[in-house]
Ligand binder design. Sequence first.
Ligand code: UDP
Length: 235
Amino acid sequence: MKYKRVLLKLSGEALMGSQNYGIDPKRLKEYANEIKDVVSQGLQLAIVIGGGNIFRGVSGAATGMDRVQADHMGMLATVINSLALQSALENEGIFTRCMSAIEMNKIAEPFIRRRAIRHLEKGRVVIFAGGTGNPYFTTDTAATLRAIEIDAEAILKGTRVDGIYSADPEKDANAKKFDALSFKEVYEKGLNVMDMTAFTLSHENNLPIIVFDMNKPGNLRKVIFGENIGTIVKN
Ligand code: UDP
């Protein structure tokens, strides 16, 4: 394996599968299988999952809701997704721990960095729920922050496109895919990899970002074994 410890970021929308809202159990099981495949090889894996399939703070604010209140709802949405993923992983026989940035001791452990690292060392998949615990942030930022805190070698952003393109490949037929980019090139070309807060945090802490298509079976394994199937952003 190329990596020993990584953080996998999944968007909440990815969990919808073919649905318009919520969680598709079939998709959850597929992800659990992909994850089992790499964890059984000895990979230390932490996961952050978004909440966009249930609630986004920005959308709530757009309807007149207080932004902070709406972001609290968004963070709770990530807890729901994290618990769903935890359950799917446990159904596959994987040992997991869910740690929340917002304390809710009945359903998740509080996030304690050293404890998270210990879980990883013992081979447990750690799911970080509740984002950063603060409004005005995204789960991309939470994922980057946690990846740095646990000394992950890279952040793996599993999406439904297979990498970073010069334009939106779903809209522009001439869009060209990049195999590798430097952080500087991403700024210069104005590409959209993660939101700027998350991206800058990765850059400043020299954390490589790998964008890849998580919906293709076997892709997660390929990334872990160093196959260049997506786009890597590094210094
Ligand atoms: N959120 C937040 N602080 C965080 C992370 C998330 O307030 O540190 C809220 C925010 O409202 C966001 C929602 O949780 O819209 C869901 O997260 P995100 O939009 O990042 O999910 P994704 O797009 O990955 O599904």
